[in-house]
Design a protein. Structure first.
Length: 561
């Protein structure tokens, strides 16, 4: 992985100050994903910041799975998350951990809190607890069970652990302040009863700690110096500090929480719940469907990992919420692929061209560069003959104004080969053009004196009918249809399925140079004048399949000028 030159940010400034003031002597971060789905682009801001911070300050970064909800977790997600982190070029130098590693310690702390009057067993239902909690403008009120004796709460908590009570009947809560202006501090839950087998601990537990309780404890037990998280956890920071403070004599470290704005993007959905709905509802072909915003999908589509790292650096770290246009990510992808991808010619929607003055059975070798800016990447050869294929869009029988491609009477240049003049076209019974007949200027071969002749037509890409292979091109557009007026958007925002773009996937059967069939899965090419494409795992020896990673047009770059 290429070394990153990420810009400084307010988080790194704060860490440098902490080091200078002696608050910490070593930097230790962690990335804490939930193993309840595949990681998506929205997770990359936290992921990259956690790992890059450790690298920048010569520290360590842990990978700790927040496996506190066995109802939704699976080892499939654990392995997918690990693959994605490695793909981005990072390694968990501090070790691999799980929240379930600390279940015994969490339980020990919970019992100690009960004895110290910092926690109690509550019997309010979810609805009652919500009612007692109050609102943002009105204080909550104490539960009837808030002042029950510590011995009674301790006995009930142990019986909860023993499986004596049904789910939802009892909850262990922190005893903080039901009148706190911060609603998060109004006696938050610590443990709930859940009769689900855990994929790591089996049936050992039927009570599971809540995230706001287990997360700071895990950070402190691992010696984390800086716990970085998205901005919605800013209101939880007093609770994070409270949990660590009240357990200080049982924990080895005092981490500092720092928040940053989360990543929101246009044209896609950034909620695991919604992504799961897409997968389970068969709206997409799986978590790695190239239309999805998951990292596995982006890898399959051909996004380079460095492009994603550059993207996160481009949008920067701040505390201001904003929505980033998907075009910014595409710009970063083009930047990397433009430098690294070999070139090839492929025709997505073929139209046959016959050169009427070219001898039957005769071919000529055409030499093309693999990359216009990197001669060290060599050249390749193609055969040029009497019958060729061009794009259907590159011919128009009756041209519109300023059309400079192929039409009757006009001359165009074929990339790396000859100038040809369109003479006529052949149509089927329905009036569709099935063939174009042209005359080739035999003195205009690329590199010869005649090739310099000025013409009005553009240069077109092509493939030889006698020297090409069929392939499948999968063309992608944004997953969500954002072309809604304000009234439609307001009506549809609660039902994102209604916003799915029916044209998000189009499949074409085209023809291309043979070199694309010989490439390994995951190889990227720039198909001239068409876009960047990546070879898909669905490819077969007889039919390569290529996903369009991104088109050639860079709207973000144009806007930036």
């Amino acid at each position: 992985m290429e070394e990153s030159n990420a810009r400084s940010n307010f988080i790194w400034d704060a860490i440098e100050k902490d080091l200078a003031e002696g608050r910490y002597t070593e930097i230790h971060t962690r990335f804490p994903p939930e193993p309840n789905g595949y990681m998506h682009i929205g997770h990359c801001k936290a992921l990259i910041m956690d790992f890059l911070t450790a690298e920048k300050f010569g520290g360590k970064c842990n990978l700790r799975f927040d496996d506190t909800n066995p109802a939704k977790e699976d080892t499939e997600y654990v392995e997918a998350i690990k693959r994605d982190i490695h793909w981005l070029g990072f390694h968990w130098t501090g070790g691999e951990f799980y929240a379930s590693d600390y279940y015994d310690k969490c339980y020990e702390i919970a019992e100690e809190w009960i004895r110290r009057g910092l926690a109690y067993v509550d019997e309010l239902s979810k609805d009652e607890m919500r009612e007692y909690r109050g609102t943002l403008t009105e204080p909550g009120k104490n539960s009837p069970w808030r002042d029950r004796p510590a011995e009674e709460s301790l006995d009930l908590f142990r019986r909860m652990k023993a499986g004596e009570f049904p789910e939802g009947s009892k909850t262990l809560r922190m005893k903080i302040d039901m009148a706190s202006p911060n609603i998060v501090m109004r006696d938050p839950a610590m443990y709930r009863i859940l009769y689900k087998e855990h994929w790591r601990t089996g049936n050992k537990w039927c009570i599971y700690p809540m995230y706001d309780f287990s997360h700071p404890i895990g950070d402190a037990l691992e010696g984390i110096s800086h716990s970085m998280c998205s901005l919605e956890y800013e209101i939880h920071r007093p609770l994070y500090d409270w949990v660590v403070e009240k357990s200080a004599d049982m924990l080895p470290a005092r981490p500092r929480q720092i928040e940053f704005s989360r990543l929101n993007m246009t044209g896609t959905v950034m909620s695991k719940r919604y992504l799961r709905q897409l997968v389970e509802g068969n709206y997409v072909a799986g978590w790695d469907d190239p239309r999805m915003p998951t990292l596995s999908a982006m890898r399959r589509r051909g996004y380079p990992p460095m492009a994603i790292r550059n993207f996160v650096d481009t949008i920067g770290m701040s505390k201001a919420d904003s929505t980033v246009d998907y075009a910014v990510l595409e710009h970063c992808v083009r930047d990397v692929l433009g430098e690294t991808s070999l070139r090839a010619m492929a025709v997505l929607r073929p139209l046959k061209v016959v050169l009427t003055n070219w001898p039957e059975g005769e071919t000529k070798t055409v030499t093309l560069e693999n990359h216009p800016d990197h001669p060290e990447l060599g050249t390749r050869e193609m055969l040029f003959g009497r019958e060729l294929f061009i794009e259907q869009d590159d011919f128009m029988e009756v041209p519109v104004k300023k059309y400079q491609r192929m039409f009757p009477g006009n001359e165009v240049r074929l990339k790396g080969a000859y100038i040809v003049r369109c003479d006529e076209c052949v149509k089927d019974a329905e009036g569709n053009v099935t063939e174009v007949r042209c005359t080739v200027d035999l003195d205009s071969f690329s590199g010869s004196a005649g090739a310099d002749r000025k013409i009005k037509g553009k240069t077109l890409h092509w493939v030889s009918a006698a020297d090409c292979i069929p392939f499948e091109a999968r063309l992608y557009e944004p997953l969500l249809n954002d072309n809604l007026d304000d009234e439609e958007a307001e009506a549809d925002k609660k039902d994102f399925i209604s916003r799915l773009n029916p044209a998000s996937l189009q499949v074409c059967r085209g023809v291309a140079e043979k070199v694309i069939a010989e490439a390994e899965t995951g190889t990227s090419f720039q198909f001239l004048r068409t876009g960047y494409f990546c070879k898909d795992p669905d490819s077969t020896p007889d039919l390569p399949v290529y996903n369009r990673t991104v088109g050639l047009r860079d709207t973000f770059a144009k806007q930036a000028k």
